[in-house]
Design a protein around this ligand. Structure first.
Ligand SMILES: Nc1ncnc2c1ncn2[C@@H]1O[C@H](COP(=O)(O)OP(=O)(O)OP(=O)(O)O)[C@@H](O)[C@H]1O
Length: 455
């Protein structure tokens, strides 16, 4: 089912959360209902036919335990076992969020959320069929762009191919040449662009990221070039565009392959003339920016098919850097896994500190359609869920190649849930009460799941 067709219910006792979520979601979903009082849930679930419910873990009366959240989650699943419920939880409550997943929630988001991440999580939950996805919407995600230099991330490069790309990137960083970065989704194009900026003489000036894929045709000009007061109805005051914001620094145009031909023409003019004119003004402003672009599309082919202008390509690709997909650089798989293991072990304060060789082998045999981003999320989830010091193959949930279609994160929560139940039942020699307690489930909820998985 498409998100635009979905009917969503949000239950939270904080009216600000409700209105912010509604404001955001109503632009993407068909219907968004909000409710402050959880007592109304049984009625709403019975009669509302919701495709997704966002449920707060903690209502005021019981601030921290999450008990009410679990109670209402159970009620929802008793009324409609196939309901998809995303729990809204506070940052410090990761453990509770995991318990909620084990208790049948589809996913969780951490408050305060980033709009993009919330939408992605909801999109996967609604559109992902029966795949239940555990996605961590961090309160503070990667720098989505505006400005900023180092954010403390380092580039992992153990494979020869990545070392070569990095060496070239660092060499060209010092020049002011325009660079086009090519690579599949999640291969690290944005990170490489940041790296080039940080190694350039513009490093202490702004690094401005523009996601052209997310920019509508009508917003393109005012966003990139700025506008003057009164240029259009909403132009209440003069505003600089992103090119001006990047003054002295670097502008990174991501998803350049998504630009329509008419916008390509506008961009080409700016690059050729090295100046922009704010919408509604006739005073051109000289530009001092370094241009980096990226795309996951086959841009040469687009030129042949005449959907991308050759003259624009020549302008932007003085240097081309090609990031290989993760499956073609197995040495990086283990190095990245170790890197993220350390990072997330620390972040979530988990004891896990090693990866078994069997798991490394499993990761190297997998094809990683979501590349580094997918690996990063898989390790993050494994770190959160693992009970042991060493990660084992069972801790990482990957789609078996050639099996059911891969989800955004390439992993299947149902497999995971089943494995957790089997593990708990083994540990407690089949004692349902103890296993249910360990899993944070009611006995009824555990029975329901055992039945579902034929255990
Ligand atoms: N070599 C690397 N070492 C460590 N982390 C990396 C590396 N490359 C990428 N990452 C991490 O992987 C994630 C995805 O990277 P990034 O956003 O740069 O990919 P992208 O190719 O720009 O993705 P998209 O095509 O979706 O825009 C980020 O969290 C980034 O920090």
């Amino acid at each position: 089912m498409q998100l635009s067709e979905a009917k969503i219910l949000i239950i939270d006792d904080d009216v600000d959360v409700l209105s912010a979520a509604k404001l955001l979601l109503k632009r993407h979903a068909k219907t968004v209902d909000i409710e402050k009082n959880p007592q109304k849930l049984p009625f709403l679930v019975t009669n509302g036919d919701y495709n997704l419910i966002l449920l707060d873990m903690n209502f005021t009366r019981d601030v921290n335990s999450g008990r009410e959240g679990f109670h209402w989650l159970d009620r929802i699943l008793d009324i409609k076992p196939a309901s998809k419920v995303i729990m809204i939880t506070a940052y410090g409550d990761i453990e509770m969020a995991i318990r909620a997943i084990k208790a049948g929630a589809t996913d969780f988001v951490l408050k305060p959320w980033e709009n993009d991440k919330l939408l992605a999580t909801i999109g996967v939950a609604v559109e992902g069929g029966n795949d239940k996805i555990l996605a961590v919407a961090e309160e503070k995600s990667k720098d989505d762009g505006k400005k900023g230099k180092s954010n403390g991330e380092s580039i992992v490069a153990s494979s020869e191919s990545m070392k070569q790309v990095l060496a070239t990137a660092e060499r060209v960083a010092a020049t002011d040449a325009n660079v086009l970065i090519l690579g599949e989704n999640g291969t690290g194009k944005t990170q490489l662009a940041k790296h080039i900026h940080q190694h350039s003489k513009r490093a202490d000036k702004p690094f401005v990221v523009v996601d052209l894929g997310a920019l509508s045709e009508s917003l393109f000009e005012s966003e990139l070039f700025g506008h003057v007061k009164g240029a259009f109805t909403d132009a209440k005051e003069d505003r600089a565009g992103r090119f001006e914001e990047a003054k002295g620094g670097t502008i990174f145009l991501d998803e350049i392959g998504n630009l329509s031909l008419s916008l390509q023409a506008k961009l080409l003019t700016v690059i050729q003339e090295r100046r922009v004119t704010r919408v509604g003004s006739n005073k051109p402003i000289a530009l001092d920016v370094r241009l980096l672009c990226a795309t996951n599309m086959n841009i040469e082919k687009m030129v042949t098919e005449k959907t991308f202008r050759q003259d624009l390509l020549y302008r932007i690709n003085t240097i081309e850097l090609d990031l290989p997909p993760l499956r073609e650089r197995p040495e990086d798989i283990s190095a990245l896994a170790e890197y993220y293991l350390k990072q997330y072990g620390k972040k979530y304060n988990r004891p896990v500190n090693d990866i078994s060789s069997a798991l490394i082998k499993k990761m190297q045999q997998y094809n990683w359609p979501g590349n580094i981003r997918e690996l990063q999320h898989a390790i993050e989830r494994a770190v959160i869920l693992s009970q042991e010091k060493t990660l084992q193959p069972d801790d990482l949930f990957l789609k078996s190649s050639g099996g059911t279609p891969t989800t955004a994160t390439g992993f299947d929560l149902e497999d995971m849930e089943k494995t957790l139940i089997v593990k708990a039942m083994k540990r407690f020699n089949g004692n349902i009460t103890d296993a249910a307690r360990e899993l944070g489930l009611s006995r009824a909820a555990l029975y329901r799941r055992m039945e579902k998985y034929g255990l």
